[in-house]
Design a protein around this ligand. Structure first.
Ligand SMILES: Cc1cc2nc3c(=O)[nH]c(=O)nc-3n(C[C@H](O)[C@H](O)[C@H](O)COP(=O)(O)OP(=O)(O)OC[C@H]3O[C@@H](n4cnc5c(N)ncnc54)[C@H](O)[C@@H]3O)c2cc1C
Length: 491
C-alpha cells in the first residue's frame, strides 16, 4: 500500500470528476482523481447516455438542474475547441406529434424563458417538415432550441481528464475508494485497495455510488436510485435521417424517447426510463426495447428497423429525496464536498458545476494560486477516417502504421490504436481503446478487430493475451491456448 499526499481527492472519473479535475488543474494544486474502473468513464452514467448538450428549457425553474444547465451550455463551444472534441450545435426540436400536444410546447417555451434560455421558438408543421423530412407527417409543430447540440460524452470526458493529466493531475484507475477517514470533524485520508491518500479535501463525484461515499463520512440524508434507459444504435448510413435531436413532449420522469443523430454520424433512439435496484444492471430488456421502438416510431415512422447494430443501456443517477443535483459542502464534516445526484442534464452542466466546486473549495479554505504552466489545449488522436486523401498520404509517410487498417467498419488504423495505448491516460483494455479510437464501434461490433487489437496490446504493453480484458476485472476474452486447455481437461 502506497501513501501519498494530495490537496484535493476527486472520487470518480465520470464527466463531473474529469471536469472538476481539469478546472482545478488551472491552479497550483496537488490534485488526485481516483476511479474504481479500469478507465475514466469506465463505469456509471457518462459512458452511456444520449450526448445532448441541452438548451435548458426542460428543468423546473429554481432547481440546480435548470441553473447549471443554462450556465453549462455556454462553455461548450470554447471547451470543445480547446480539447479537440467534436461538437455540433445543431439545435433541438421537441415535436408535438398530435395537435393536442401543442399546448405542452407552450409550457416548455415559458419554462425555457424563465430559465433564461435564449432564442426559443415554436415552429409550425411546414417549417418542421423542411427541417426534418422524415418526421411523422401528422406532426403539428415543434419547439426549436437553436442553442443546443450533440457531443460524444466519453470522448469529452477522456479529453477533459487527459488535459487535467497534462497539467499535473494524477489519475489512479482500478482504485475503488473503500473508506474516508475523518478526525475531529475534518477529512483526513482516502483509502483504496492500493493507496492511502492524505488530504484535507474530498470531492464526491461518484455518480451512482455517491450515496455510499457520503455514508463513509456519516452523511445519510440522501440515496441514489438507478434509473435505466435503453437504446438502439443504427448504422452510420442512417445518421442523416434526423438533422436534430428530436424529442417527444416530455413525461413526468424523463425527457422522453428521442430520435437523434450522434456527433459521430450514427442514428440513436432511446432512452426509456425505468427505476431499478441494481446499480450495475445495464442489461437491455424485451419490454424496454419495445417501448423505445414504439416511442421512436411515433416521431419517425419510417425508421429502418432492420438496420440497428447494437442495443445498450445507461443508468441515470437520481438523488432522493429532492430529485435534484446535490452540490457543496456538508455542515458535519469539513473538507467533504458533494457533486452528487448528477442526472440529466449533467453532461451539459458539467463545466459550470466544475467552476462551482472550485469556488466552494476556495470558500472552504483551499488556497488557489494560478498554475503558470496550464495549457488549455489538448490534441486528440488524428483519425484516419476523417482525413483527406492527401492527409492520409502524409500520415502514412510519417508513421507507416497509419497504413494498416485494424477496424474495417470504422477505418481505424494501427497507428491510432498504438497512440491510444500510449496516451496521457493509457488505454489498457479493449473498451478503453474503443472509446478513444472507435475501433469496434461499427457494423460488425468488434468481431473482426478484437483479436488484432489484443495482439497490439500484447506487443505494446507485454500483457499476455489471457490477461487482456474488455473493461478490467474478470472480463477476459480468452482462457488460454485451446490445445493446453484440452489436454488439461483430459488430465
Ligand atoms: C440514459 C441517460 C441519458 C442521458 N442523457 C443526457 C444528455 O443527453 N445530456 C446530458 O446533459 N446529460 C445526460 N445524462 C446525464 C449524464 O450522463 C450524467 O449527468 C453524467 O454523466 C453524470 O456524470 P458523473 O460524473 O456524475 O457520474 P458517472 O459518469 O456515473 O461517474 C461516476 C464515476 O465514479 C466512479 N465511482 C463510483 N464509486 C466509486 C468509488 N467507490 N471509488 C472510485 N470511483 C468510484 C464510477 O465508476 C464512475 O466512473 C444522461 C444519463 C443517462 C443515464
Amino acid at each position: 500500500m502506497q501513501t501519498i499526499q494530495a490537496d484535493v481527492v476527486i472520487v470518480g472519473a465520470g464527466v463531473i470528476g474529469a471536469s472538476i479535475a481539469r478546472e482545478l488543474s488551472r491552479y497550483h494544486l496537488n490534485v488526485v482523481m481516483v476511479e474504481k474502473e479500469a478507465d475514466v468513464c469506465g463505469g456509471g452514467s457518462t459512458k452511456a447516455n444520449t450526448g445532448i448538450v441541452h438548451a435548458g428549457f426542460d428543468a423546473q425553474p429554481g432547481t440546480l438542474k435548470a441553473k447549471f444547465n443554462v450556465l453549462g451550455v455556454e462553455f461548450f463551444e470554447q471547451m470543445c475547441a480547446e480539447l479537440d472534441v467534436a461538437l455540433k450545435m445543431n439545435g433541438t426540436l421537441v415535436v408535438a406529434t398530435a395537435k393536442d400536444k401543442m399546448e405542452h410546447l407552450e409550457i416548455l417555451l415559458e419554462r425555457g424563458k424563465e430559465n433564461g434560455v435564449p432564442n426559443l421558438e415554436i415552429i409550425g408543421p411546414k417549417r418542421l417538415l423542411e427541417m426534418e423530412p422524415h418526421i411523422n407527417p401528422r406532426a403539428a409543430g415543434a419547439l426549436y432550441a437553436p442553442g443546443a447540440g450533440i457531443v460524444c460524452p466519453y470522448g469529452l470526458t477522456i479529453a477533459l481528464a487527459e488535459n487535467a493529466v497534462e497539467n499535473g493531475t494524477r489519475v489512479f484507475l482500478s482504485q475503488k475508494v473503500t473508506d474516508i477517514v475523518v478526525r475531529e470533524g475534518q477529512v483526513q485520508q482516502v483509502i483504496t485497495p492500493g493507496l492511502k491518500i492524505n488530504t484535507s479535501f474530498v470531492v464526491n463525484a461518484a455518480g451512482l455510488q455517491a450515496d455510499e461515499i457520503a455514508r463513509m463520512v456519516g452523511q445519510d440524508d440522501f440515496y441514489i436510485v438507478p434509473r435505466r434507459g435503453e437504446y438502439y444504435l443504427f448504422d452510420k448510413r442512417f445518421g442523416t435521417l434526423a438533422n436534430h435531436p428530436l424529442f417527444p413532449v416530455p413525461t413526468e420522469v424523463s425527457k422522453g424517447i428521442l430520435v437523434t443523430p450522434t456527433v459521430d454520424g450514427n442514428l440513436l433512439i432511446g432512452p426509456n426510463a425505468q427505476n431499478i435496484e441494481d446499480k450495475d444492471d445495464t442489461s437491455t430488456t424485451v419490454d424496454g426495447l419495445d417501448e423505445v421502438l414504439r416511442g421512436a416510431l411515433d416521431t419517425m415512422p419510417d425508421l429502418p428497423l432492420r438496420e440497428w447494430i447494437i442495443n445498450f443501456a445507461g443508468l441515470r443517477t437520481v438523488a432522493m429525496p429532492g430529485n435534484d443535483f446535490i452540490l457543496g459542502p456538508i455542515p458535519s464534516v469539513k473538507g467533504f464536498i458533494n457533486a452528487a445526484g448528477i442526472q440529466s442534464p449533467g453532461l451539459t452542466a458539467a463545466p459550470a458545476i466544475a467552476e462551482f466546486i472550485r469556488d466552494t473549495l476556495r470558500e472552504e479554505g483551499l488556497e488557489f494560486k494560478p498554475n503558470p504552466a496550464f495549457n488549455p489545449l489538448r490534441r486528440g488522436i488524428p483519425q484516419f477516417q476523417n482525413m483527406s486523401p492527401q492527409e492520409r498520404k502524409e500520415a502514412i509517410a510519417e508513421d507507416p502504421a497509419y497504413g494498416q487498417i485494424v477496424c474495417r467498419c470504422e477505418t481505424v488504423t494501427e497507428a491510432e490504436i498504438v497512440r491510444a495505448i500510449h496516451s496521457p491516460i493509457p488505454a489498457t483494455t479493449i473498451d478503453a481503446i474503443k472509446r478513444r479510437t472507435r475501433a469496434g464501434m461499427g457494423r460488425c461490433q468488434a468481431g473482426f478487430c478484437t483479436p488484432r487489437i489484443m495482439a497490439i496490446l500484447n506487443r505494446e504493453l507485454g500483457i499476455p493475451q489471457e490477461e487482456i480484458t474488455k473493461k478490467g476485472g474478470s472480463s477476459r476474452y480468452v482462457l488460454g491456448h485451446t490445445k493446453d486447455l484440452f489436454l488439461k481437461k483430459r488430465g
